[in-house]
Ligand binder design. Sequence first.
Ligand SMILES: [Zn+2]
Length: 150
Amino acid sequence: MQLIGNVNTFMFNHFGAIDRRKYVQQLVTLRNSNEAIVSLLMSIKVYKSNKIKSALGYAYLKRDEIRLHPGLFDQDDILYTELEATFIHELCHHAVWKIYGNVDSHGIEWKYTMWHLGHEPEVTHNAPTRKYRQRKFNRDVEEILEQLSF
Ligand SMILES: [Zn+2]
């Protein structure tokens, strides 16, 4: 297992300063979030793990760790998109844990957080086409807005 950095440096190195700033602002503006929570999120450690087989990433909530599949780091545009999607997916688990506590892992709070950060709230990232994904995303956003009660 290789330590890549914390969330703050990982976002700077992989997504750039502008996107990092955008994500920080989106995390701060989540319902019930605040700057102290976001600063804890930014200190979460990010690892490249060779032990990951059946998933692209894991969020170890109590250890403050995100572990990512090493294949995500290959130089490839499609994989690069997957790296960002997987990283944000796992980061949202940590955000939900710190802001909303022990709730369903892919429940309404997680979906809301993913949507707020501009990502499709999908458990896996292999929907067949972009058009399909966009339609599904729009549907999910409508459902989330209907169900929001926290
Ligand atoms: Zn998940």
